[in-house]
Write a protein that binds this ligand. Structure first.
Ligand code: FAD
Length: 322
């Protein structure tokens, strides 16, 4: 009897989040003949997205569509998952390591008495064994973990696993009813989104980030222009957020967001360990700093020693020509 993988999808702004396709790909890496995959999509007015999800999953897609499920609520979503588990018994549940996945993953694991491995950045198959790599000590080290049995829950870090290309045949869509439960202990009234731009910071392929060296809110304008030209997002160090130059939703690091873009451009950021925790896994790191001794140059693939207010507009000007 094969294993059953259940991927809990996430949508934002009317589209499936890329991390959902990465979670499906994570399953493809470990899946063997006879195993099956189911997708779960929870939300409001999600019918078109359920069809889209079905193109990536080869088993079933469970779609639970109700106005009360528009915003994530741990209790309500767990109740939905309990209904899903009446139809499919998972061996492995896979979620994105997002704000929602970080909350719902352990909630499901606790409900099922499952083991959990969080923040998975790579998956390796060694015969019948599966090794999950995850960061430790704010990214200073990595460990490889393996489940020894039982039901498993994993969350995958965005932008680390290639997105799934699509299933050979679309999944069957099964719509499940949701009955609102009046006994929820909390309800979400509103989600106030604070974004640094059009591109989601955690999913951006290119991040232009500013630190204390940017000196003011006004100083972030050249960084925004560069990010716009590169179709990227703007991030920041904690020092820049603390100084009021930008919103905390832009903070990258140990106590901020973790990003793993293709290119990370650090402008006026010294490279403190707490900042590196949020960006050191970026594929290419470019540092612009006027201090040649700045620690950021130790992790940078390319370094420009210079004044960011001169270098950044020059880069924008050149990339505009491409
Ligand atoms: P600085 O260290 O002051 O560096 C500014 C840099 O700008 C300098 O290297 C300078 O040479 C350069 N510079 C100045 N002017 C220019 C110019 N015109 N052109 C080019 N370069 C210029 N920090 C985070 O970022 N994220 C976190 O999540 C985080 N969490 C933390 C958690 C804890 C528990 C603690 C204790 C700290 C945390 N910090 C975090 C803070 C961290 O330790 C550093 O203080 C912070 O990252 C420094 O930010 P910075 O590099 O912007 O500022």
């Amino acid at each position: 009897m094969g294993k059953t993988y259940v991927v809990v999808a996430e949508a934002r702004g009317g589209s499936l989040r890329q991390v959902t396709l990465e979670a499906i790909q994570a399953v493809s890496i470990v899946k063997q003949d006879g195993d099956s995959t189911a997708g779960v999509l929870i939300g409001s007015q999600i019918t078109p997205l359920a069809s889209e999800l079905a193109n990536y999953v080869d088993g079933q897609v469970y779609s639970i569509d109700h106005p009360d499920l528009e915003m994530y609520n741990p209790e309500a979503y767990l109740n939905v998952m309990k209904t899903v588990f009446e139809h499919v018994t998972p061996d492995v549940v896979v979620l994105g390591h997002t704000a929602q996945g970080r909350d719902l993953g352990p909630t499901i694991a606790a409900h099922m008495g499952a083991g959990q491995i969080s923040d998975v950045t790579a998956i390796e198959k060694n015969g019948n064994d599966v090794l999950y790599t995850r960061p430790l000590y704010a990214g200073k080290a990595f460990e490889q973990k393996q489940f020894t049995g039982g039901t498993q829950v994993i969350t995958v870090r965005p932008n680390n696993i290639d997105p799934a290309a699509g299933a050979s045949s679309p999944a069957e869509i099964i719509e499940l009813e949701y009955t609102p439960n009046g006994s929820l202990r909390s309800i979400v009234k509103d989600i106030v989104r604070k974004t640094s731009g059009k591109v989601d910071l955690t999913e951006a392929k290119i991040v232009v980030s500013g630190g204390r060296g940017v000196k003011s809110a006004e100083g972030f304008k050249p960084l925004e222009e560069l990010a716009n030209v590169l179709h990227g997002a703007v991030g920041a160090s904690r020092a820049a957020c603390d100084a009021g130059y930008c919103d905390y939703s832009m903070q990258i690091g140990q106590t901020g967001k973790v990003v793993t873009p293709e290119i990370y451009i650090a402008c006026g950021i010294s490279g403190a360990i707490q900042h590196l925790a949020g960006m050191s896994q970026s594929r290419i790191i470019i540092a612009i700093n006027k201090d040649p001794e700045a620690p950021i140059f130790k992790v940078a693939d390319y370094g420009i020693v210079g004044d960011l207010f001169e270098v950044v507009p020059l880069l924008t000007q050149e990339f505009r020509k491409v």
